[in-house]
Design a protein around this ligand. Structure first.
Ligand code: GLY
Length: 339
């Protein structure tokens, strides 16, 4: 049935598509737009720049999968970002090892873990998904595959990262602290960072997600967190929605966090309530340890409604749609609410 509000929303989307793209191939019939679609959301304040890049694809009628890959490549390339991509801090032995995964609307997924010398792990994850019968490649095998696909090997350890690692080596204590990434990675920033997890819905209503990180700084060599693990760091079900996570990956893996969030949304939970329940399960299992660790979840449902929840205060997420391209929202958190 004709609905004026929906029509106006679709008109706004059409206008932004026309304005932003020379090659729009989207027909009005494609704009099912049940919510304010298309939309892209991602973790932390660096998500704003990443979303803007993803938006170029979404606003021109492109596929959510292309949008999330393009979007997360922005922080992967950012030399000031020491938690994702080429300038990521190394492990305790001085190796920069990167983790990433990607998932599309068909349930296809690809992942790389503990991969060295390749600056854009998300692209390799997508190649694993599209060019191999596998889901995950790790370590030297992932690097070898990337090179076979024509990607250049690069030295990733920057002088700044090397200096930070050498300072860390003086005491060589590995003790993840709440939002430690903020202190280590962007001095002066108001917000904390870690993994970028991104979820997008395109004009056809299809959902995809991407997640990429250099993992915990100064981790044991070979350590893999939640970010490249489908179901932990990222999960997408095109009938329901998508979820992604940030923070101490071990706790997310133990609870298969992103899959849990999507399954809770399937049962009728709102995105925020689903993220809250996933956080509560981590806290319930480890009430003492949880006081000193951070995990945040971010989710979107099929209608384009989104929400987030974290253990600790300080988690933020970025939202970009036809109304606003640079929204940053402070995530709710267990410890703030409990104070
Ligand atoms: N969430 C990122 C990691 O634990 O590696």
């Amino acid at each position: 049935m004709f609905n004026r509000r929906k029509f106006l929303r679709i008109s706004a989307v059409s206008a932004s598509i026309t304005a932003l793209s020379k090659y729009s191939t989207v027909k009005a019939a494609d704009l099912i737009a049940p919510g304010n679609l298309p939309i892209v959301i991602s973790t932390w304040d660096f998500g704003i720049a990443a979303n803007k890049e993803a938006w170029k694809t979404l606003a021109s009628g492109g596929r959510a999968l292309d949008a999330v890959e393009a979007g997360v490549k922005i922080p992967e390339a950012d030399m000031n970002n020491h938690t994702v991509g080429r300038a990521g801090y190394p492990d305790r032995d001085g190796h920069v090892t990167l983790d990433a995964c990607i998932m599309d609307e068909f349930g296809n997924c690809g992942s790389v873990a503990a991969m060295e010398n390749i600056a854009h792990p998300i692209t390799v994850a997508r190649l694993v998904m599209e060019k191999t019968p596998h889901v995950m490649l790790v370590g030297d095998g992932a690097t070898q595959f990337a090179v076979e696909q024509g990607i250049k090997k690069e030295k990733l350890l920057t002088p700044e990262s090397e200096e930070a690692w050498k300072k860390w080596l003086v005491k060589a204590e590995y003790s993840p602290k709440i939002n430690i990434e903020n202190e280590q990675r962007r001095p002066g920033s108001k917000y904390n960072h870690d993994t970028i997890g991104m979820l997008a819905i395109d004009v056809k209503g299809n959902i995809s997600g991407a997640c990429t990180t250099s993992g915990m700084a100064f981790k044991l060599h070979g350590r893999v967190g939640d970010s490249p693990i489908i179901g932990a760091g990222l999960y997408v079900d095109n009938e329901v929605g998508g979820a992604t996570s940030t923070g101490v990956g071990e706790e997310v893996i133990r609870n298969v966090g992103s899959f849990l969030v999507v399954e809770l949304m399937r049962q009728g939970y709102s995105p925020e309530d689903a993220c809250k329940e996933a956080v509560n399960r981590i806290i319930k299992k480890k009430p003492v340890a949880a006081k000193n660790l951070q995990v945040g979840f971010l989710a979107i449902n099929k209608k384009g409604e989104y929400g987030a929840y974290a253990i600790q205060e300080g988690f933020s997420f970025a939202v970009c749609d036809s109304k606003k391209q640079d929204l940053l929202i402070p995530g709710k958190s267990f410890y703030k609410e409990s104070k």
